[in-house]
Design a protein around this ligand. Structure first.
Ligand code: FAD
Ligand code: SF4
Length: 515
């Protein structure tokens, strides 16, 4: 073959122009399971299996289109230390004159591929992955290094640029954002009507055996079947299911949490992030399908639900990618709040008396998934309040979630949830006491701790830790107009109450493993 084309595991975009070009006989497409990728962080077993299975299905689909494809498993690449050594070996074996690849989305891989040319005496060239809506070359125009970029303005620009939910140059419905109409708690009557989550039953026995044979260290639980979509066809089925059954209430219950139903882990969320991040689905395909569903069912689906969903894909997803690329590699070392504590052990097994944490961690270990508010306001909030090292927090999130790839995981974790970037993403830390968790969930009812208490032995740890966090970072945060009120409330408490609360918080920190 004249040209070797390397496909990364998250580049499963069948509509890429690569596959439509003439003269395909000259290309050898290579897709490979590699230890380099299974071992850079400890991943959830379902995540590794889902990637491997989706890669295999993608390779089969390309083969069916008569392309020359080399799908390599860990058995084939066990002696290849890295992508570089693999590509060197294959280029020689197949006598290729050139290597081509699509730009990876992670800085780590981007750098590695940049250095490839110096390790290899062949021509190396790269092209766009044709996935994101904002071209890579436009990132500079909308994001500045070390400067906060307001997501809301970015999102409005994207709405205008792609003419999404616009009417005569203005936002449909007369406003850009319907957040205030969304964010309800699930009431008892709502629980019975939550649709059953759409899951798949992909046989992964052979893949699991391979992961085991090669002693890949993983976390979490897994059975011999996988519930996640591992082909474009399944990804489309999941999206169809979302549009038909979940979209009508997506925004309304976007921030709700419950432990009272077996559908608690998924609720009205789409769970398409894995399919999107592996590029089995294109973001514009998702947006168009949601818009067309809205068009067909205007009497059933209101604008607030549709706008709320589109904001996540057209807004947040593209926005965090911009922040990532504009600020890497420095972003990965940011620790603005000087957080130093190690991640408690229960993040790995879920044995904690805090019911909210137990629910979020157990389901993450069981499904490799938690929805946004669980990630942000339960586990993320806890790490923020207790000052866990951002590296530990990042590694946990990067490993445990099915959809975790660094470009999207890190700005959400280090930035949005830990405020370690000093406010490049969030205008204030997403810190909250047990009160918020109680407002948005039914977790507190079944908890060992009392959400109404602050300083007692049975007091909810989030309450005192919240005040200690605010107290510790007062110099920085009291100047923030969005937080000023919090300090007024603190000052309303007498000194005895304040010191009892801070004492309880200190106890919680000292005994963090026992909480
Ligand atoms: P839905 O709730 O159905 O939302 C629809 C889609 O919108 C998602 O699939 C996703 O593509 C997009 N989206 C929503 N919120 C965000 C966001 N904040 N940033 C980027 N895209 C968004 N998302 C990842 O894809 N990978 C991660 O590794 C990841 N790590 C996170 C870590 C933390 C601490 C937090 C707070 C959020 C993280 N997110 C991450 C964002 C978000 O929580 C997930 O995208 C979402 O939970 C995935 O589930 P879903 O597909 O059901 O999403
Ligand atoms: Fe979580 Fe506190 Fe509620 Fe328990 S009482 S579930 S620890 S918020």
């Amino acid at each position: 073959y004249k040209i070797l084309r390397f496909i990364f595991g998250d580049q499963l975009n069948a509509n890429h122009t690569w596959y439509k070009e003439e003269n395909q006989a000259q290309y050898l497409y290579v897709i490979a399971e590699l230890k380099q990728e299974t071992n850079y962080v400890k991943h959830h077993i379902q995540k590794v299996a889902a990637f491997f299975s989706a890669m295999e299905n993608f390779a089969s689909a390309l083969k069916k289109s008569q392309l020359n494809v080399l799908h390599l498993t860990l058995d084939d690449t066990q002696h290849d230390e890295s992508i570089t050594t693999l590509l060197k070996r294959l280029a020689e074996q197949y006598q290729c004159q050139e290597i081509q690849y699509q730009y990876p989305d992670e800085y780590r891989l981007y750098q590695q591929m940049q250095q490839l040319e110096s390790h290899i005496s062949l021509k190396v060239s790269a092209c766009d992955s044709e996935h994101f809506l904002l071209p890579y070359s436009d990132i500079n125009a909308h994001f500045k290094k070390d400067k906060h970029a307001k997501m809301e303005f970015f999102y409005r620009m994207m709405r205008k640029r792609f003419n999404i939910l616009m009417k005569d140059g203005a936002p449909q419905g007369g406003q850009w954002n319907f957040d205030q109409d969304n964010r309800n708690k699930l009431k008892k009557a709502d629980l019975a009507t939550i649709p059953e989550p759409k899951v798949f039953c992909n046989d992964i026995e052979i893949i699991l055996r391979r992961i085991n044979n090669h002693k890949i260290s993983t976390l979490g639980h897994c059975s011999s079947t996988l519930l996640w979509p591992t082909s474009r066809n399944q990804a489309k089925q999941l999206l169809d299911y979302f549009c038909t059954h979940l979209l009508p209430h997506f925004g309304q219950f976007q921030d709700a949490m419950t432990c009272q139903t077996s559908h608690k882990w998924s609720l009205y969320h789409s769970r398409i992030a894995f399919a999107l991040n592996t590029k089995m689905l294109h973001p514009m395909h998702v947006i168009n399908q949601v818009l067309s569903e809205f068009d067909k069912r205007k009497n059933e689906i209101n604008l607030a639900q549709v706008e709320g969903f589109i904001r996540q894909i057209l807004g947040w997803r593209e926005y965090v990618r911009g922040v990532y690329w504009q600020n890497m590699p420095d972003y990965a070392t940011k620790n603005e709040l000087n957080a130093r504590r190690a991640l408690p052990d229960y993040f790995w097994h879920g044995n904690t008396k805090m019911n909210c944490m137990k629910q979020a961690i157990d389901q993450s270990l069981d499904t490799a998934y938690a929805h946004h508010i669980q990630r942000l306001m339960i586990t993320g909030n806890f790490c923020l309040l207790t000052g866990i090292k951002p590296d530990d927090v990042d590694n946990w999130y990067l490993g445990i979630y099915i959809d975790a790839i660094e470009w999207v995981e890190m700005p959400n974790t280090r930035g949005m949830s830990q405020f370690a970037d000093g406010g490049l993403i969030a205008t204030k830390p997403y810190a909250s006491s047990g009160n918020y968790i109680n407002k948005m969930s039914d977790y507190c009812k079944g908890c060992h701790y009392n959400v109404k208490q602050k300083s007692e032995e049975t007091a909810c740890p989030f309450n005192s830790l919240y005040w200690l966090f605010m107290h510790t970072h007062e110099a920085r945060l009291s100047r923030n107009p969005r937080i000023g009120m919090v300090y007024k409330n603190w000052q309303k408490q007498n000194e005895t109450q304040q010191s009892a609360t801070l004492k309880r918080a200190q106890w919680c920190l000292t005994n963090i493993e026992k909480l």
